[in-house]
Design a protein around this ligand. Sequence first.
Ligand code: SAM
Length: 620
Amino acid sequence: MSGGFRSRSKKASTASTGSKREPRSEANRGADGQHPEQRGRISVGGKRHAGNRDDAQAQEQKGPAGEKNGGGGNRGRINQRDNNRSDHRGGGRNGRRGGGRNDRPRGGNDRRRGERNDRRGGGRSRGQDASFEVPDVDTPRLITLSALGAVFNDGAYGNIALPREITEAGLSGRDAAFATEIGYGTMRMVGVLDEIIGSCSSRPMSELDPIVLNALRMGIYQLLYTRVEDHAAVDTSVRLVPQRVKGFVNAILRAVQKKPLEQWIEELAPEGKLAQLAFRTGHPEWIARSYLATLSAPSGAVPSANGVGTESSADGARADASAARSDPSTDPSAEPSTGSSTILFDELAKALEADSTRPIVHLAAKPGEISADELALITGGEEGAYSPYAVYLEGGNPADFEPVQEKLAFIQDEGSQLIGAALVRVDVDNDAGRWLDLCAGPGGKATMIGSLAAIDGATVTAVEIAPHRGDLIRKATEGLPVTVVVGDGRTVDVGSSFDRVLVDAPCSGLGSLRRRQESRWTKDESDIEELTALQYELLEAGVSRCKPGGVVVYSTCSPDLRETREIVDKALVTLPVEELDAHPLVAPMDNVGREKSVQMWTYRHGTDSMFFAVLRKKAE
Ligand SMILES: C[S@@+](CC[C@H](N)C(=O)[O-])C[C@H]1O[C@@H](n2cnc3c(N)ncnc32)[C@H](O)[C@@H]1O
């Protein structure tokens, strides 16, 4: 458990959920109602070092030099209806964020600070620098509150902070599952939860202590989104907060309890069909608009009934999609009166809902080492539908399987496997076996490409700008013909005339929101604007290092048109490249859009919503 709650024992509690399926037992409480192992002190202002983090991780977590940590400050209510949002963020961002840090993630996936060494429980409690008794609450809720503090107040990643809390507390089975459900659920829905809190609270959210705010979020999530008994959700939330605010928290939760989720959504959702759908599915509106633009465009749309669209209709649809993104008044879903806009709206709903589904683990059988059917047999998994190397695992810890321990298999989303394989599958005349991965960290695709290179007698140069990520690539590709070079892909000196080049560009990560539960609220549309210049420059650098007749694969883990088609379309008019049809490279996967590029969607394919295009460098 992170700093904050210090129990004398890390023993997991049982009977913790008070689930409607299984009423909570009070039998294991002492006369005063406390679990004995949870008595102790709570340090609300203290810091401690995690002590188990390597320097590389710590570096990644610190973020840009000089950047101040958000600390325990919570910046107030995040009001979706309110156009004047700057006061909610402290950073003047357009997007909403749970907890309102005063700094922000920068540069897509990679520059966001991860967990800090000095995590606090639910965040610092204003006006209190003394300790108070550890709340009398079961361990799953205690550690979940601690993880929420790490995420919303200290900038940690939820998918790192919560599993760590669970492991450190020794939780397993139902307790671990319960902490995961309420922790990840609260992170995903935090924008909606904050809206509800704001509507019930007599105090401005900016005046709420982080512990109080996070306990309220968690309590409301249990009330509205889970089958936890109302009394258990309210009672445990009240126990989590200091004495002086117990009445306040109790009053808010009692008010929330009076209405079902649907009624809250109806009352608080902003105007407009799109905004309402975004709110209901727990997304900032700009993300729903981004998805809608792609689903409206040929590159991300379901194939039309009569097959592939013509070039001119593709151009027209692209313009419509762009308009839908930038101008709410042209929103094709605003009035879904026509059949096609209703279908589009249904597709959008599925795409947004998929962001809140639990991803199953995809393993990649290392080419040349083990086949997918062997791996499936050993692990009890199921062979993938699209990648010849994929195995789906329904449960279990992947690290427990021998092929993973022996590095014959590794965890990799099936979409990433397909992109790595596509780079090697596409025809290149006189392939001399010099391949380049220009944005390689942490090394997933480099491992796939490197394994295929080992079979073909080729070599891979893997470039990565972040040194610690360079180390991760080295570790992942040990034993493969991969040379790691740390440097800026735009300028690094690795030579030219590569036969195959992968530019897996840093991106917004909108295609993998299901893996980073809170990230939809911590990202900002301006992140995309910042990234597109870098993405194009990296693609340009990739093309310049490719030999005439060689291929460049440009990919992102985002379906946002600004990061996908718009970059490729610009390259097609400014760089010496032509686009190849990428669809055969992912067969039997279909339904990947009506242009030559491939747009995968989580709701259609079960992969992350990844994009890639294949460009051939023209002869000089
Ligand atoms: C989307 S990730 C790549 C994922 C990787 N291909 C894999 O499959 O594991 C983008 C990577 O590009 C790196 N990066 C960002 N800017 C870069 C630059 N200018 N030159 C090289 N790498 C860069 C990031 O640090 C990040 O590791």
